[in-house]
Ligand binder design. Structure first.
Ligand SMILES: NC(=O)c1ccc[n+]([C@@H]2O[C@H](COP(=O)([O-])OP(=O)(O)OC[C@H]3O[C@@H](n4cnc5c(N)ncnc54)[C@H](O)[C@@H]3O)[C@@H](O)[C@H]2O)c1
Length: 428
C-alpha cells in the first residue's frame, strides 16, 4: 500500500509529523488547511510546529508535497486523514465544528470509484466516528464499510519528545468493520513501526481518553500530595525519588504549576460530557483531577507570596519574573498553559509580572502585554522573586540563575543547583 495519494486535513502539531512519515514512505501527499496563513507559510518553506524544521518543509516540496486551502485541489485521493482541532465550547462541552467542517468537505469530494479510506485522528468522545462522521460521509451517496472504509486512529504525538516520535510509537487503529480496520492497519503499517488493532471504533476512541485521563489523574494526585507534604514538612521530591526505585507497579509523576496543552486539560472533558449526556453520571476522578490541577496556578501564587513574606517583602508592588511560560519545556506552544492563571493571580495581588522565554516573542494575558525580559541574568537579579514554571534547558545551565535572590522552582529541576536550601531558593 505504498505510493497512495493521501490528503491530510489540519496541518498543525499532528498533521505535519504525519506528512513527514507519509512522504518518507513514498506516498503522494496533499495537505489541506482552512488557514491560508498556514498554507502560505508551508509553501514558502516555513514550519510553525516545534518538531518539524524549516529545512524539512523545504525538502518536502522536492518530493511533491502540496498544501492547499481549496477543496477543488482534492482530486484522486485514496486516503483522507482528519487531524483538525477538537477544542471545548464556551460551556466546556465538545466543539466538533472543525471535525464536522472537514468531514463535510471530504464528503463533497469522495471519489467512490477509488474505494477511499477515511480516518479520524482528532481526539474525541467515543461514538463520534460512527455517529457524526459516518452520516456526513454517507451524504456522498456511498455506504461506509462498502463504498469507502472508515476508521479512527488516535494521535499520540508528544511535542518536544526526542525519543518517541510518530514513526516509532505504536499506532492504535479501530475500524467500522473488520475490512475497514484491515485497510487502516495496512495504511499505517507503511508509516509506523507497529499497529495495534482494537475491537472497534469506540475502543480506539476511548483508548486515547484513557491515556490522557490517566495522566491527568496521576498529575493531580502528585500535585495534591505536594501541597500536603509541604504542610507536613516532607520533601515530596525526595519521596518521589525513593518511590520510583520500585521496579514494578509504580510510575513517577511530578508536581508542577498545573496542566496545559491541547490534550490533558481538554480531552477528559470530552469523556465527562459523553458520560453525562449518555448516562446522566459524572466521572468523579476526572472532576477531582480538574479541580486539583486547576488550583495549582493559585497555589504557585500563594507560595510566591509566602516566600517573599518570609523575607519581609510584600507581594503587592513586588516584581515577579516568570521563567518558561509555555505549557511544557523546550517547545513554543502556549495553548492552555497554566502560566496564564499564574499571571492573573499575581496581578490580582498587586505584583508586577515580567517573563522570560526564548520560545515566545511576545505574550498577552487578558489583552495586556506581559513585559518580556531578554537578558536572563539581569532580569533575575532585578526581580524580587523568580519563578521557574517550565524548565527549558537554558535554565538548567550552571550559573543561569545565580543572580536570583528569591526563587521558587515549580518543577524540582534546580534542587542540586547552588545548594537549594529552602530559604532563598525553594521547590514546590
Ligand atoms: N498537539 C498535540 O500534542 C496532540 C497530541 C495528540 C492528539 N492531538 C489531537 O489532534 C488534533 C489536532 O491537534 P493539533 O495539535 O495538531 O492542532 P493544531 O491547532 O496544531 O492544528 C490543527 C490545524 O487544523 C486546521 N483546521 C481547523 N479546521 C479545519 C478544517 N475544517 N479543515 C482543515 N483544517 C482545519 C487549523 O487551521 C490548524 O492549522 C486534536 O484533536 C488534538 O486533540 C494533539
Amino acid at each position: 500500500m505504498s505510493d497512495r495519494r493521501i490528503a491530510i486535513f489540519g496541518l498543525g502539531y499532528v498533521g505535519l509529523p504525519l506528512i513527514r512519515a507519509c512522504l518518507a514512505a513514498g506516498h503522494d501527499v496533499i495537505g489541506f488547511d482552512v488557514s491560508r496563513d498556514v498554507v502560505t507559510r508551508l509553501l514558502s518553506g516555513q514550519s510553525h510546529v516545534d518538531d518539524v524544521s524549516d529545512a524539512e518543509v523545504k525538502s518536502w516540496q522536492e518530493r511533491g508535497f502540496q498544501a492547499t486551502s481549496r477543496t477543488r485541489d482534492l482530486v484522486d485521493v485514496d486516503v483522507y486523514v482528519i487531524c483538525v482541532p477538537t477544542p471545548l465550547a464556551a460551556d466546556s462541552s465538545p466543539d466538533l465544528g472543525a471535525v464536522i467542517a472537514a468531514t463535510t468537505d471530504i464528503a463533497g469530494h469522495l471519489d467512490l470509484a477509488r474505494r477511499p479510506l477515511v480516518i479520524l485522528e482528532s481526539t474525541t468522545y467515543p461514538g463520534t466516528t460512527e455517529e457524526i462522521v459516518k452520516p456526513i460521509l454517507e451524504t456522498s451517496g456511498g455506504v461506509a464499510g462498502v463504498d469507502f472504509a472508515l476508521a479512527f486512529s488516535p494521535e499520540r504525538i508528544d511535542p518536544g519528545n526526542k525519543v518517541w516520535s510518530f514513526e516509532n510509537t505504536p499506532k492504535v487503529v479501530g475500524g467500522l468493520t473488520e475490512s475497514c480496520a484491515d485497510q487502516a492497519a495496512a495504511f499505517y503499517s507503511t508509516i509506523t513501526s507497529e499497529v495495534v488493532r482494537t475491537k472497534g471504533l469506540k475502543e480506539a476512541e476511548m483508548a486515547k481518553l484513557l491515556e490522557n485521563t490517566y495522566r491527568h489523574v496521576n498529575i493531580a494526585l502528585v500535585n495534591e500530595l505536594a501541597k500536603i507534604s509541604d504542610l507536613l514538612g516532607i520533601d515530596i521530591w525526595d519521596v518521589i525519588a525513593a518511590a520510583e526505585t520500585k521496579p514494578y507497579g509504580f510510575q513517577a509523576f511530578r508536581p508542577g504549576p498545573g496542566v496545559g496543552g491541547h490534550c490533558i486539560p481538554i480531552d477528559p472533558n470530552y469523556l465527562g460530557h459523553r458520560v453525562r449526556t449518555e448516562l446522566g453520571q459524572s466521572v468523579r476522578f476526572i472532576e477531582l483531577a480538574q479541580e486539583i490541577n486547576a488550583s495549582m496556578p493559585e497555589y504557585v501564587v500563594d507560595r510566591v507570596e509566602h516566600l517573599l513574606g518570609s523575607h519581609e517583602v510584600p507581594l503587592a508592588g513586588a516584581e515577579v519574573l516568570l521563567l518558561g511560560v509555555t505549557y511544557k519545556p523546550n517547545i513554543a506552544d502556549l495553548r492552555e498553559s497554566p502560566s496564564y492563571d499564574v499571571v492573573r493571580g499575581l496581578r490580582a495581588r498587586g505584583a508586577s509580572v515580567v517573563f522570560h522565554d526564548s520560545y515566545v516573542d511576545s505574550w498577552l494575558v487578558d489583552g495586556t502585554e506581559v513585559a518580556k525580559a531578554t537578558d536572563l541574568r539581569a532580569a533575575a537579579a532585578h526581580a524580587s522573586c523568580t519563578v521557574l514554571l517550565q524548565s527549558h534547558d537554558e535554565y538548567l545551565q550552571a550559573d543561569a540563575l545565580v543572580d536570583s535572590t528569591l526563587l521558587l522552582d515549580t518543577q524540582g529541576r534546580l534542587r542540586s543547583a547552588r545548594g537549594l536550601n529552602g530559604t532563598r531558593w525553594t521547590t514546590m
